[in-house]
Design a protein around this ligand. Structure first.
Ligand code: GRF
Length: 255
């Protein structure tokens, strides 16, 4: 280990909120959290397998849904995958929506934390993960949880309007039905954003983003399919950028 790298390791060790813990120059280890079809997980698997995304491996896939198609995708590619049933008390769910950090993490989040630590995950990718994570959980992984959202978010993730490339201001669509909201609002352009996850839902700083034109006759399904095709590139690019941005400080191998 060089002196420089040694120093940054020392800093990491003494910084409570160090971005990463891989000063050994090893491969960047992803933890991918899914709930459904897992086409974005597949995009990551494919990019790693075909060499488009180097210096990265998927250390673990976690699904809160045992029947999710994404579980089969992981198994087919011999990627470790765990089904983690997700239970939350009503109080915890309410606190999460109100962004009030509970004193103690819900049991499911405690289990998830242990798994991510056990598998030495560096970066957590929410790829169609349909559960809200509490502020207490997120505080353990500062700048290390990213999410794919099928709508356009402003650079800092905040605010209620987004200005598209043609200068039109459109509403920011958050939550589970962002694609439907875009259609209902009659916008001409929507898209997808990969962003850091913060305690507020779909409101963290953007890593990368791309617009998708709404076509006449689009249904929620047809529009979401086109958005997903864009996402499959975006998620790979976001991991690459994250690795690049965090490698210098952490000692993680450059991608
Ligand atoms: C994506 O559109 C993502 O933006 C949203 O959930 C969808 C997941 O799709 N959060 P898949 O499971 O990766 O196919």
């Amino acid at each position: 280990m060089s002196k420089r790298r040694d120093e940054s390791f020392e800093q990491d060790m003494h910084s409570e909120k160090s971005a990463l813990h891989r000063p050994d120059g090893k491969t960047l280890r992803l933890g991918v959290l899914i709930s459904g079809s897992g086409s974005n997980l597949q995009a990551l698997i494919d990019a790693i397998e075909d060499g488009t995304l180097t210096g990265v491996e998927i250390a673990l896939v976690v699904s809160n849904n045992g029947q999710a198609q994404g579980v089969q995708r992981a198994l087919r590619h011999k990627v470790p995958v765990i089904y983690l049933p997700w239970t939350r008390s009503v109080g915890a769910a309410r606190r999460a929506h109100q962004c009030i950090a509970p004193k103690k993490m819900p049991e499911s989040e405690e289990r998830l934390t242990k798994l991510l630590q056990l598998f030495e995950v560096d970066l957590i990718v929410l790829a169609g993960w349909m559960r809200i994570l509490s502020g207490t959980f997120l505080e353990q992984f500062p700048q290390r949880v990213i999410n794919l959202h099928p709508a356009l978010l402003p650079d800092d993730g905040m605010g209620s309007t987004y200005t598209t490339q043609d200068g039109t201001a459109i509403p920011v669509f958050r939550g589970l039905h962002a694609v439907r909201q875009a259609l209902d609002a009659g916008v001409k352009v929507t898209g997808s954003s990969v962003h850091y996850v913060t305690a507020e839902v779909d409101a963290g700083p953007v890593i990368c983003r791309e617009e998708v034109v709404v076509e006449e006759g689009d249904t929620e399904e047809s529009l979401h399919e086109r958005i997903k095709r864009v996402e499959h590139r975006l998620v790979v690019e976001a991991v690459r950028r994250w690795g690049r941005d965090h490698s210098a400080a952490s000692g993680v191998q450059a991608i």
